[in-house]
Each structure stands twice: as structure tokens, then as C-alpha cells.
Write a protein that binds this ligand. Structure first.
Ligand code: PLP
Length: 334
């Protein structure tokens, strides 16, 4: 079976780099949504907890439940609210305030310009009133930046909006609130972090999607993707490989199929512009559901050791490369 390795050293290296920006690891909330960006929820949560991370962010209750014992707080970004001692729920809309059961710990997401989820600035005061009436337990106020990864003044504009939010929340009499707005891109750019928490995802996994000018921190990829040998053949000159016979052998070649395909979340891509594995081997012909073909007979091959480079090839981003990987692929910490 294809397998994934997770480098503890690289993960801890990245977390240390982020802690330098936040001032301490206590201020890091590790974002583990979507199976820890495809890395594997359980092993990543365990490593983060062993490093000393106390806060996590997940997509739904099921993910939170799985890692409940490992963290002091778990912020759940969406889905049905099931109260739990350590859990808090993001309020994404006014309807959420009506829907979430009284007594639940909540964190108010304010829309400071991304216009995806969150309470509009104009609705902030009534939203705070309703939270109080409904007896929800407000423990945090947050926002999300739309272009922290772009070289422009937008981030500063949105930060200004968020400063207003903080003021309004304080004036409404809510205290003991944790304030957080930074994702990876924002914290990597930040020189003067002064909030209570960062919600850091992609940087912890080792990728920096910021333009080169901000490339001041060295991050190391946590994930390696490997496949195992299935069958080796000799291909004669002129013979063709796989569906559609998209690759024609220019000479006699020793080729092997490996047990990874688009069924595992690996992109099918374009066989006319083949992906090169970490070791520089081009994928020959079309990617099948469960197999790829390479010119080697090694027992194991490293398909990918840097998701951002692979993402470049496929015209996407590191997030999508890793998140797409099937949860059925075996993960092991190295
Ligand atoms: C996914 C997510 C993050 C983490 O973003 P990265 O770019 O991976 O650091 C932070 N906050 C919210 C609300 C998110 O949905």
C-alpha cells in the first residue's frame, strides 16, 4: 500500500518558527480541520499536543471528539453545535445565535471584509445583545483575513476594521474574551503580534504560500508520500503504456506500476505534461485510479516530498494537494 510519512522534526521546526512570531507556543492554535489538511488528524493532533500546543481548530464536532483529550480548547468552525466542556463554536451568522443551545461556548466571527462567513460590522452590536439574551457563553472574538497572502495594503485595512471590533466588544461589556485573527500568512508577515491566539494551518505543515518578498522564514514540509511496487515489465521500443496508450516507449525500458492513483487523491493531471516524482521520475502515460507507472524497479518510490512544488505543477496550492489525499492511506510518524 502507498503510505505517508509525517516528520516530527519538521513539524516541530515549523511550530518553533511560528512560536518565535507569537512569542510563545501557548498562543498557537493548530488548525487540524479536514483530517489535518490531509496529513491525518490523530497523528498530527498527538504530535502537536506532545509539543505543548494547547489549542486546536477543527471543522466539525466529529473531528473535535476524536482529539478531545489532547487539548485544553477546541474551536469548531462549523456544523451542528453539541456542547462540550472543551469545545467552542464559531458563530458564522445571526441564525447561528438563534440555533446554538444556551450555555454553549461560542466565538463570534466578525466579517471584516472577506465576506464569506461571520457577522457583518453593522450587525455586531445586535449580535452581542442576542448572545447575551440567549445566554451563550462568549469566549472569543475572531475574524479571518481575505488576502494576508497578497502583497497589498488590504491586510492593514482589515486589521483596522478588527481594531474597531475589539473596541465595540469591550464597550459591550464582554471581558475574558480571547481575540484572534491571524492565519499562517498573517503571522508569517507579522512583526508586532499582540493578540491572544493565532490559528495556524498551512505554515505548521511546512508551506509558505506568501510571495517571495515575505519569504523570511524557512519552513519544512511534514508530509512525504510514497508508493510501493506492484509489477515490473520490460517495455519494447514503440510499445505504449496505460489507458489510451498515452506514453510510447522511445527505447526498451524497464517500467513498474506503483500503487497510487487518483482514487487515493493523487491528481490525474495531464499525461502530456507529466509530473516528476520527488526523485525526478516522470509519470509515464495516464494516471489510473489505483496505479501510476514509472521507469524504475525500486520497491518503494517517493512520489512527493514537497506539496507546494507538486501544487505548482498541477496549477493548484499546497492546501489542495495534501487535503485531497485519502484518509485510507497509512500514515506513520518518523
Ligand atoms: C483554515 C483556517 C485557518 C488556517 O489558515 P492557514 O492559511 O492554513 O493558516 C485559520 N482560520 C480559519 C477561520 C480557517 O478556516
Amino acid at each position: 500500500m502507498a503510505f505517508i510519512t509525517l516528520s516530527r522534526d519538521n513539524f516541530y521546526h515549523n511550530l518553533n518558527q511560528i512560536a518565535l512570531k507569537t512569542g510563545s507556543k501557548e498562543k498557537i492554535a493548530i488548525v487540524l480541520k479536514d483530517n489535518a489538511y490531509g496529513h491525518g488528524l490523530e497523528p498530527m493532533a498527538k504530535m502537536a499536543s506532545e509539543f505543548g500546543i494547547q489549542h486546536a481548530v477543527v471543522r466539525n464536532y466529529l473531528e473535535a471528539k476524536e482529539i478531545e483529550s489532547l487539548f485544553e480548547s477546541i474551536l469548531i468552525l462549523g456544523g451542528e453545535a453539541v456542547p462540550g466542556e472543551r469545545f467552542s463554536y464559531a458563530i458564522n451568522s445571526l441564525e447561528d445565535i438563534a440555533r446554538i443551545p444556551a450555555g454553549t461556548r461560542v466565538e463570534l466571527k466578525v466579517d471584516t471584509g472577506m465576506h464569506r462567513n461571520g457577522i457583518a460590522m453593522n450587525d455586531l452590536v445586535p449580535a452581542l445583545e442576542r448572545i447575551r439574551q440567549k445566554k451563550l457563553h462568549l469566549i472569543g472574538v475572531m475574524t479571518h483575513f481575505r488576502s494576508a497572502d497578497v502583497l497589498s495594503s488590504e491586510l492593514f485595512w482589515q486589521r483596522k476594521q478588527f481594531e474597531r471590533v475589539k473596541k465595540i466588544v469591550a464597550e459591550a461589556g464582554f471581558t475574558q474574551i480571547r481575540i484572534h485573527s491571524h492565519n499562517s500568512a498573517a503571522i508569517l508577515r507579522s512583526q508586532d503580534f499582540n493578540e491572544d491566539l493565532v490559528r495556524v494551518g498551512i505554515a505548521a505543515y511546512g508551506y509558505n504560500e506568501l510571495p517571495k518578498v515575505f519569504d523570511n522564514i524557512e519552513l519544512k514540509p511534514v508530509l512525504g508520500l510514497y508508493a510501493k511496487r506492484v509489477a515490473t515489465h520490460i517495455l519494447k521500443e514503440g510499445e505504449r503504456v496505460g489507458y489510451g496508450g498515452a506514453f510510447t516507449a522511445p527505447k526498451e525500458m524497464r517500467i513498474t506500476t506503483y500503487d497510487l492513483g487518483y482514487g487515493d487523491g493523487w491528481p490525474r493531471g495531464d499525461s502530456d505534461n507529466p509530473y516528476l516524482t520527488a526523485e525526478g521520475l516522470p509519470m509515464l502515460g495516464r494516471v489510473s485510479m489505483d496505479f501510476v507507472t514509472l521507469e524504475t524497479d525500486a520497491e518503494e518510490v517517493c512520489i512527493m516530498d514537497h506539496a507546494q512544488k507538486a501544487a505548482c505543477h498541477f496549477g493548484t496550492i499546497s492546501y489542495e494537494m495534501t487535503t485531497a489525499l485519502s484518509p485510507n492511506i497509512e500514515r506513520s510518524v518518523i
